[in-house]
Ligand binder design. Structure first.
Ligand code: GRF
Length: 538
């Protein structure tokens, strides 16, 4: 089935530089669809990244022979995940080479005993299973190193960082070598040599688009010098490629959901995905021969099955999360309403624009609540002046250490008979003891749609993840970092040319309205039922 036109561009082996060679598995005679990669190790021997399917063993041996490498010289076999095109042949290779296999913990048990993996694949591929993929032999347990992601391995003098990159599969890892080469398996989609198009890789059973986006963000943060994709080969604009992956996935998901909303059956959904793929291939000017190969890497039926499972699972998860969030909110929303105006304190470390919006929304004569105290841990914080110029008492408590600060803060809150404490750009972590004491009476505003992008620089995190929208959330504070139950949140779009500054400014404007609204909800006792206000994401 080779289409001769492309063969000259696809030699069986290719020197990718940096002591890395690709070997084409020529899967079922198709060049340029599934590769494995050979890396020479500084202290001798080789690592093979991916094993290819079981049926590709002759091609791999021929490739190794081309490169003058014997099977016995393979010391390590690194697989990104256990799908058959990546790891089908790993057991046989490991046995014959005596090499150590590296795989995510969840995949490890299936490599030791591939029977369940094989029977579920057989259900998908039926009679074609053996001719398509071949046999998957078990990996001897003593030759297996299970990883979680986030380890650093030293393989024959080569420093390898294991990066957990779920999404395509829950057990997917990528491997970053010390020269900045990142082997992405399928976590950065499919981009075939000779074409400039990312094809989403969205198979069952555990496709998870949110996890895929977090994985892409993690890979971007590593600033790899180049990516090497199993389908197929090097990508020299890693940042641009990775940033485009989430949108490519979501485009396909949107098309799929549109079909679902029209109650299309599987066949129609598959044709819809095929039509989208054809349109994208044509728009990207992908030559016919290469376009055909894109379709071989994964077909529409697989995509539809993957998206179906994903959509069903996310619907279940959303329902479960909503119930959990309601219960959590109901548990903490204890003391309100008070039957008198609540006395509010705001803690801010810097600019204090949220402090100002709260003072404006809760002035001295408000029946529901009044901001009566502002506290900062930074001398000269502009927030102090914002308070005093509005007739609100302002206090500076230096941060010597957490317990001294909290003791003085508590004295001050008691002195001013404070009912509700609002953190607004307060850049310190309060202790678990303190947050427990103020449970239900301590709020924070965070510029992201929690639980996404907790912690520092959430706007930068959102840009790096390439999401189309982010936002802001007001939540109860618990002992974790931005983990407490959400009271109210609102989405804000990310524009194509956004910088951290432009995005932050757009979010801040929304924060100034959201925080007072959330405080009103809390003070009026509307949260104690645990019910989310209508039309809001909670
Ligand atoms: C806001 O973006 C808030 O969400 C975050 O810190 C920033 C504070 O800004 N927690 P300001 O001091 O209120 O102007």
């Amino acid at each position: 089935m080779n289409d001769g036109q492309a063969l000259p561009d696809y030699p069986r082996t290719r020197d990718l530089g940096g002591d890395v060679w690709s070997i084409d598995t020529l899967h079922h005679g198709h060049p340029g669809t599934i590769a494995v990669f050979l890396r020479r190790l500084p202290r001798g021997g080789y690592a093979l990244i991916e094993s290819g399917p079981g049926v590709s063993r002759p091609e791999i041996e021929a490739g190794l022979a081309d490169l003058g490498v014997n099977l016995e010289e393979l010391s390590y076999l690194l697989v990104t995940h256990i799908h058959l095109d990546h790891a089908g042949g790993v057991g046989a290779l490991a046995r014959d080479a005596g090499a150590q296999v590296i795989v995510h913990r969840v995949g490890a048990r299936h490599l030791i005993d591939p029977s369940r993996l094989m029977s579920s694949a057989r259900r998908v591929y039926g009679d074609e299973m053996d001719s398509l993929w071949g046999e998957m032999l078990p990996v001897p347990e003593q030759q297996l190193l299970a990883v979680e992601g986030d380890e650093r391995l030293e393989l024959g003098g080569l420093d390898v960082r294991v990066v957990y990159t779920p999404g395509h599969a829950s057990h997917h890892v990528s491997y970053l070598f010390d020269d900045g080469t990142l082997f992405t398996g399928d976590s950065a989609g499919v981009r075939l040599a000779g074409a400039n198009l990312i094809r989403p890789a969205l198979p069952p059973p555990d496709l998870d688009l949110e996890a895929a986006e977090r994985s892409v963000a993690a890979m971007i943060a590593l600033k790899p010098a180049r990516l090497i994709l199993t389908h197929f080969g090097p990508v020299d604009d890693p940042d641009g490629h990775l940033r485009a992956v989430p949108e490519a996935n979501r485009r396909w998901e949107r098309a799929f959901r549109e079909g679902l909303s029209l109650a299309e059956d599987d066949g129609t959904l598959e044709r819809r995905i095929e039509a989208l793929e054809d349109a994208e291939l044509a728009a990207a000017g992908v030559p016919t021969g290469i376009a055909g190969r894109y379709k071989i890497t994964s077909d529409a039926a697989m995509t539809v099955a993957g998206l179906k499972r994903y959509v069903a699972k996310s619907a279940e998860a959303t329902a479960a999360e909503a119930t959990a969030a309601e219960t959590a909110v109901a548990e903490v929303a204890a003391p309100f309403p008070l039957g008198r105006p609540a006395r509010i304190a705001v803690l801010a470390s810097g600019r204090g624009s949220n402090l100002a919006s709260l003072i404006e929304a809760f002035p001295k004569d408000d029946g529901l609540g009044q901001v009566v105290l502002a506290v900062t841990d930074k001398s000269g914080a502009p927030a102090l002046a914002k308070a005093t110029s509005n007739g609100v008492t302002a206090a500076y408590i230096p941060w010597k250490d957490r317990s001294t600060f909290e003791a003085r803060l508590q004295d001050l809150l008691e002195l001013h008979r404070i009912d509700l404490v609002c953190l607004a750009g307060f850049m310190r972590l309060l202790s678990a003891d303190f947050t427990k004491r103020y449970r239900g009476r301590l709020l924070n505003i965070h510029p992201s749609l929690l639980p996404a992008f907790r912690g520092l620089e959430p706007q930068r995190q959102a840009l790096e993840a390439g999401v189309a929208e982010t936002g802001c959330s007001v939540h109860y504070v618990d002992e974790g970092i931005d983990t407490g139950p959400v009271i109210l949140q609102r989405a804000v779009p990310v524009e194509p040319n956004d910088t951290v500054e432009t995005l932050s400014a757009r979010i801040l404007e929304v924060e100034h309205r959201l925080y007072p609204e959330a405080v009103r909800l809390v003070l009026s006792g509307s949260m104690s039922s645990g019910a989310a206000p209508e039309g809001e994401v909670v």
